[in-house]
Design a protein around this ligand. Structure first.
Ligand code: NAP
Length: 235
């Protein structure tokens, strides 16, 4: 009952699945992997359970307000707490070669719904549970493509969504300073997943490492930072 409860979004594959595995291997953490597809999510959770990890799956579409509400009510009723939230679910919907001048507004709306509004809805739903215990770790899985200091052309909707997620991270971290809740963003690097593609140099284990480190920070850990490989990077 005293285990910390860690919620991870987009956990049926890729970096999210690996974050669940690495968190579950830590002592004293019960992992709640979530995914928008119940069948795929349950199958992924089953794999983690087969590895001996303490996991409890629940469906969650981060782009749906009602899905977030249903999930938060279930979490409160079942686990009665939330200690860690990893906003990992993400989409890159820009067509190949897309540029701002020829991109569709719908691509931005759909991308922001998952990459920005999803994390916002979950934070609003779950931070109150963290506040109750004066403890929380919120990790927003961002991207180097959202760095204003290194902004380039291409994948415009994705870039805008990750820059916005970074701004949300900073604003929330300032708002929650001193509450016991630490809020940080991270970039996993270029990772071999369905999104990253087969040519990416990093494994999912490498991509997940910094998120897990931020999810398990000590009380005097950083707040409001942006990290890759456990080191601060420019916004
Ligand atoms: P991935 O393999 O494409 O997995 C994305 C995950 O997000 C899937 O589980 C997907 O579920 C889920 N998802 C998408 N929309 C969702 C929604 N509305 N509700 C719930 N889940 C949803 O991508 P990945 O490489 O593991 O990426 C994970 C995170 O890392 C993303 O935020 C991404 O932007 C970030 N990132 C990745 C890289 C990289 O090189 N791979 C680099 C920088 C940042 P379905 O299976 O149902 O689609």
């Amino acid at each position: 009952m005293d285990k910390r409860v860690a919620v991870v979004t987009g956990a049926n594959r890729g970096i999210g699945f690996e974050i669940c595995r690495q968190l579950g291997r830590r002592d004293g953490i019960r992992v709640v992997p979530t995914a928008r597809d119940g069948t795929r999510g349950n199958a992924a959770a089953g794999k983690l359970r087969d590895e001996g990890l303490d996991v409890e799956f629940h469906p969650l579409d981060v782009a749906s307000e009602s899905s977030v509400e249903t999930f938060a009510a279930w979490l409160e009723a079942t686990c009665k707490r939330c200690d860690i939230l990893v906003n990992n679910a993400g989409v890159m919907l820009d067509p190949r070669g897309s540029r701002v001048l020829d991109s569709k507004v719908k691509t931005y709306r759909d991308t922001l719904a998952t990459n920005l509004i999803g994390p916002l809805l979950l934070i609003q739903a779950l931070a109150p549970l963290m506040k109750r215990n004066g403890y929380g770790r919120i990790v927003n899985v961002s991207s180097g493509q959202g760095q204003l200091s290194d902004m380039g052309a291409g994948t415009p909707a994705y870039r805008v969504s990750k820059t916005a997620l970074n701004a949300l991270t900073r604003t929330l971290a300032a708002e929650l300073r001193g509450s016991g809740i630490l809020v940080n963003a991270m970039c996993p690097g270029w990772v071999r997943t369905d999104m990253g593609g087969t040519g990416a140099p990093r494994t999912v284990a490498q991509g997940a490492d910094t998120a897990v480190w931020l999810a398990t920070l000590p009380d005097d850990g950083p707040n409001g930072g942006f990290f890759r490989d456990r080191k601060p990077i420019p916004w």
